[in-house]
Design a binder for this molecule. Sequence first.
Ligand SMILES: *[C@@H]1O[C@H](CO)[C@@H](O)[C@H](O)[C@H]1NC(C)=O
Ligand SMILES: *[C@@H]1O[C@H](CO)[C@@H](O)[C@H](O)[C@H]1NC(C)=O
Ligand SMILES: *[C@@H]1O[C@H](CO)[C@@H](O)[C@H](O)[C@H]1NC(C)=O
Ligand SMILES: *[C@@H]1O[C@H](CO)[C@@H](O)[C@H](O)[C@H]1NC(C)=O
Ligand SMILES: *[C@@H]1O[C@H](CO)[C@@H](O)[C@H](O)[C@H]1NC(C)=O
Ligand SMILES: *[C@@H]1O[C@H](CO)[C@@H](O)[C@H](O)[C@H]1NC(C)=O
Ligand SMILES: *[C@@H]1O[C@H](CO)[C@@H](O)[C@H](O)[C@H]1NC(C)=O
Ligand SMILES: *[C@@H]1O[C@H](CO)[C@@H](O)[C@H](O)[C@H]1NC(C)=O
Ligand SMILES: *[C@@H]1O[C@H](CO)[C@@H](O)[C@H](O)[C@H]1NC(C)=O
Ligand SMILES: *[C@@H]1O[C@H](CO)[C@@H](O)[C@H](O)[C@H]1NC(C)=O
Length: 255
Amino acid sequence: MMPFGERSRRVTGMMFLLIIAAVLHHSFAALSATTMAPAQTTAAPHTDPGRPDRGTYNVTNGNNTVCLLAYMGLQLNITYNSTSQGKIITEVVNIKPNVTQASGSCEAERAVLELKTDANKTTLTFVFTLNTTSSKYHLSEASLTTTVSDPKVGNFSARNSSLDSLQGTLGFSYMCRMEQTLTVSQNLSINTFQVQLQPFEVSGDKFGAAVECQLDEDNMLIPIIVGAALAGLVFIVLLAYLIGRKRSHAGYQTI
Ligand SMILES: *[C@@H]1O[C@H](CO)[C@@H](O)[C@H](O)[C@H]1NC(C)=O
Ligand SMILES: *[C@@H]1O[C@H](CO)[C@@H](O)[C@H](O)[C@H]1NC(C)=O
Ligand SMILES: *[C@@H]1O[C@H](CO)[C@@H](O)[C@H](O)[C@H]1NC(C)=O
Ligand SMILES: *[C@@H]1O[C@H](CO)[C@@H](O)[C@H](O)[C@H]1NC(C)=O
Ligand SMILES: *[C@@H]1O[C@H](CO)[C@@H](O)[C@H](O)[C@H]1NC(C)=O
Ligand SMILES: *[C@@H]1O[C@H](CO)[C@@H](O)[C@H](O)[C@H]1NC(C)=O
Ligand SMILES: *[C@@H]1O[C@H](CO)[C@@H](O)[C@H](O)[C@H]1NC(C)=O
Ligand SMILES: *[C@@H]1O[C@H](CO)[C@@H](O)[C@H](O)[C@H]1NC(C)=O
Ligand SMILES: *[C@@H]1O[C@H](CO)[C@@H](O)[C@H](O)[C@H]1NC(C)=O
Ligand SMILES: *[C@@H]1O[C@H](CO)[C@@H](O)[C@H](O)[C@H]1NC(C)=O
């Protein structure tokens, strides 16, 4: 028959192995769920154009210095009532950086980025506003004019001048690696990818230090939490093993 100390040590060892297996399973399931998420959202069967390429868009002011920098991938999600097909159509279109011209203007409290593509058939405009009291800037307006594939519908436009997204701090650039969705109107949303931008106080044609968006921080937190939980478990198992060994030694001595 096994000495009591030995058996209880084996039982506790087994229990901890089971717990570790369960925790590992859960954390890997959570990890793969978060890494799979972007793939699932872009899995629309017909109109999925894939991930857009990242463009580098600059605005220069009168004396040829860069005053606005925006590096990002952009995807338009347009909904309209197709008269020829008799149903509501969703068109997802990527902005192709190599056929897109950036222009705009920079004022003290207002900066405009205008992107024109497809022989100027599509114009996408972003307006950033600076609040000098709080030294914060944000995207305050977005508008789009384009043509949709249904020739009977032809032109499409949408505009929202009361947005409050992509908030950044003066002197710093705004950064968001994760995909984000800007809802412009009921019929237009813009998916952004790998954004880094600075609409004010660009010095030396370079971005200031980046302030990461909440979405990125949350995403980085998951592996940290999982790692910390695993480290804690390893410590507990080690502790249990040491205590178990001490107990079984004590057991042998009394027998
Ligand atoms: C360029 O013009 C802006 C005002 O439009 C001024 O603040 C800035 O100092 C000028 N930069 C250079 C290099 O002259
Ligand atoms: C486009 O918008 C529609 C409705 O707003 C939504 O159901 C769909 O998931 C969006 N597609 C993409 C690729 O963002
Ligand atoms: C906007 O989309 C709705 C359906 O979501 C559609 O009924 C409406 O006609 C669209 N409006 C325009 C201007 O395309
Ligand atoms: C789409 O357009 C047709 C014809 O103009 C109209 O009869 C129908 O009500 C519209 N559908 C929506 C959802 O707006
Ligand atoms: C733009 O880039 C795409 C690939 O990203 C390529 O297929 C296309 O030929 C390019 N167009 C031009 C005009 O360079
Ligand atoms: C598009 O518009 C810009 C000015 O905004 C002009 O310089 C350019 O020639 C136009 N391109 C085409 C293809 O019309
Ligand atoms: C600017 O920020 C201050 C402080 O956060 C706020 O009280 C004020 O309403 C803001 N101004 C504008 C025009 O948004
Ligand atoms: C679409 O817009 C273009 C330029 O703004 C204009 O020349 C054209 O007539 C418009 N087409 C329709 C069908 O409204
Ligand atoms: C503009 O955006 C704001 C904030 O996202 C939203 O509350 C508002 O309904 C939008 N306006 C229109 C016309 O879609
Ligand atoms: C934008 O400016 C950066 C330097 O600040 C430069 O490397 C890049 O080529 C420029 N891009 C465009 C499209 O002009």
